[in-house]
Write a protein that binds this ligand. Sequence first.
Ligand SMILES: Cc1cc2nc3c(=O)[nH]c(=O)nc-3n(C[C@H](O)[C@H](O)[C@H](O)COP(=O)(O)OP(=O)(O)OC[C@H]3O[C@@H](n4cnc5c(N)ncnc54)[C@H](O)[C@@H]3O)c2cc1C
Length: 350
Amino acid sequence: MHFDFLLIGQGLAGSLLAHFLKKAGASVVIIDDAHCGGASAEAAGLINPITGRRLAKSWRIDELIPFAEKTYAELEAQFRQPFFQRRPIIRALFSAKEDNDWAARARNPEYSRYLMEEPVEGPILDFIQPAYGFGQIRESGQVEVAALLSAFAAWGFGEGWLRPEPFDYSKLILENGKARYEGLQAERVVFCEGYGLHRNPFFNYLPMEGNKGEVLLIRIPGFPRDWIFKHKVFIAPYTGDRFWVGASYLREFEDALPSARERERLENVLQRALKAPFVVEDHRAAIRPTVPDRRPLLGIHPEHPQLAVFNGLGTKGASLAPFWGAHLAEVLLNGVPPDPEVDIQRFRNG
Ligand SMILES: Cc1cc2nc3c(=O)[nH]c(=O)nc-3n(C[C@H](O)[C@H](O)[C@H](O)COP(=O)(O)OP(=O)(O)OC[C@H]3O[C@@H](n4cnc5c(N)ncnc54)[C@H](O)[C@@H]3O)c2cc1C
């Protein structure tokens, strides 16, 4: 069984990379241990161009959003299923300073395509607590990550190129510039294991920090589904008639399990954000694959050219995975040099 590429991990990184490799005609096989603790499975899939208290533009967002929209549209056409929705974000502003900062940003030509000064109107105001003010972010959106990964997995199972099993690193044999794993031979192995990277003996020298996120899945009868609401947490439409609430950002953690403490914190924030009653139906957690310099990890192993990595999507997999998945496909297929901002060469092995 000979393949061009063996990918380990079918989260957003592995799926988007596989999409571009297969689109270019390469043969791909993926091994994934069925999303054990994968971050993508718990993501709301938010694409938010303006983040943080400083209202900063997300890194390279002017390139990332159009590319992501184009890629998700391609996948929608392939699977005949919607995955991406443009949805404005309504952000609560808590003081005169925040309100002024918003207005100043909205008038800055670098930001004006993303921030609106107009007042927020419509039925959502009946459901949320009053704040000092509200700002609107546009060109934001949401990817139905779970639906996309399920469609992708069904395709892989159907054609036999997705194997739902753990990858055993000790069984990987590197010889003659190629890789062998059990009955498979591949020109290259690309590791896309998210936070699982720390178990990878070839790439665990890379600085993966990890950041635990906890989320609630709730019902809010009648809450509008055409908006994403940002108070101290995000409230975003989720599958069925549920809403996704989150997330927490915990740098210190002992496990990837939901905790009573975070559930209480999220519920308290919700009480302060919503006028409407809500019911908590589920509470979940996963570890984001974050890197100290907040840039993806992408490139070829310094000593084993048949090994590559695609990781470090951190808190922004939905916007980063399409653009950087396409870039890594170019690196692997056409020998294009990796963009220095994301190339793993910025970290030394040993
Ligand atoms: C609570 C939460 C909310 C988030 N919300 C958003 C959001 O709204 N917008 C956004 O853009 N990003 C969000 N993120 C971040 C986003 O989820 C990540 O950036 C992205 O999912 C990372 O994708 P990945 O494929 O690198 O890793 P993962 O999704 O973790 O995928 C790795 C896959 O590899 C598999 N794997 C690992 N090791 C092995 C092995 N040895 N053998 C076989 N398989 C293996 C895992 O099971 C998993 O399926 C959120 C993350 C969390 C935790």
